[in-house]
Design a protein around this ligand. Structure first.
Ligand SMILES: *[C@@H]1O[C@H](CO)[C@@H](O)[C@H](O)[C@H]1NC(C)=O
Ligand SMILES: *[C@@H]1O[C@H](CO)[C@@H](O)[C@H](O)[C@H]1NC(C)=O
Length: 240
């Protein structure tokens, strides 16, 4: 009897959208502490992924193509796997009262990227070229995200919240490990010189190349957040 009840309860709960109602604990817009807790709880589940809603995991994250074109340097990363977003801590969350702006900070202890690269140009002072396997292991990274929000009516007439666009400010806080195999077609002395330079000047190198890498990554996360937000009416997590 007891079992049957539990089962029925579960079935009812699921049918009623347990996912949508439990993922973002509801808050009043002026209750910053509540919002902070809610966003943290929801973000860790969203990073894990929600297959029922077609939301894939963000850790590991797969990115087919990352393209950087700055005046002196062109680089493309193919088939990159990024590991580490689940360990990023979100802080400093600010939502404007009119629900038009969202600000938050992600503090990531380490992100590991692995895939194929193709690079050509100048790395600040050194010429660099080659293609092959690459691995990047960052140290601590601070990513400040500023985004615009939009409230639109859903097909059921209830409002939905969405993140419309975003701007990033990325800051590397500790040394980065660079490993680009087969630079200069395998000429070791040239490759060593580039790795030594990147190793010693990790901060300058990161500041030069990081944005085209972070934008598609955070873009993927935000796309998943929006998929989720589309499934839940705003009134279910915004209390009046
Ligand atoms: C990336 O992976 C896909 C699927 O495995 C493969 O078809 C493609 O050739 C890869 N890209 C590169 C540049 O190797
Ligand atoms: C990389 O840099 C660190 C310090 O920034 C140093 O301890 C290490 O020996 C360097 N490694 C190489 C391969 O140059």
């Amino acid at each position: 009897m007891f079992r049957k009840c539990v089962f029925l309860l579960l079935a009812l709960y699921c049918a009623d959208g347990v996912l949508s109602s439990s993922l973002i604990p509801p808050c009043k817009i002026e209750d910053e502490a509540c919002i902070e807790k809610s966003v943290m709880a929801a973000s860790s589940k969203l990073i894990q992924g929600i297959p029922e809603l077609g939301i894939e995991t963000s850790d590991p994250m797969f990115i087919e193509k990352i393209e950087g074109k700055i005046s002196i340097l062109k680089y493309t990363f193919f088939n990159t796997t990024v590991v580490g977003f689940k360990n990023c801590k979100i802080s400093d969350i600010k939502v404007s009262k009119d629900l038009t702006n969202l600000h938050y900070v992600m503090n990531c202890p380490q992100l590991k990227l692995k895939g194929l690269y193709d690079i050509n140009g100048r790395l600040i002072i050194l010429p660099v070229e080659g293609k092959g396997d690459y691995e990047l292991i960052t140290g601590k990274y601070k990513v400040v995200v500023d985004s615009e929000l939009k409230v639109t009516p859903g097909t059921d007439g209830k409002s939905r919240l969405a993140i419309k666009n975003f701007k990033l400010k990325c800051t590397p806080l500790s040394a980065i490990h660079f490993d680009f195999r087969n630079l200069f077609n395998g000429q070791k002395d040239l490759s060593d010189a580039v790795h030594k330079f990147a190793n010693e000047s990790w901060e300058d190198v990161a500041n030069l190349v990081q944005d085209p890498v972070f934008y598609p990554e955070i873009g993927k996360i935000i796309k998943n957040v929006n998929k989720y937000l589309k499934s839940v009416p705003l009134e279910e997590y915004k209390l009046n």
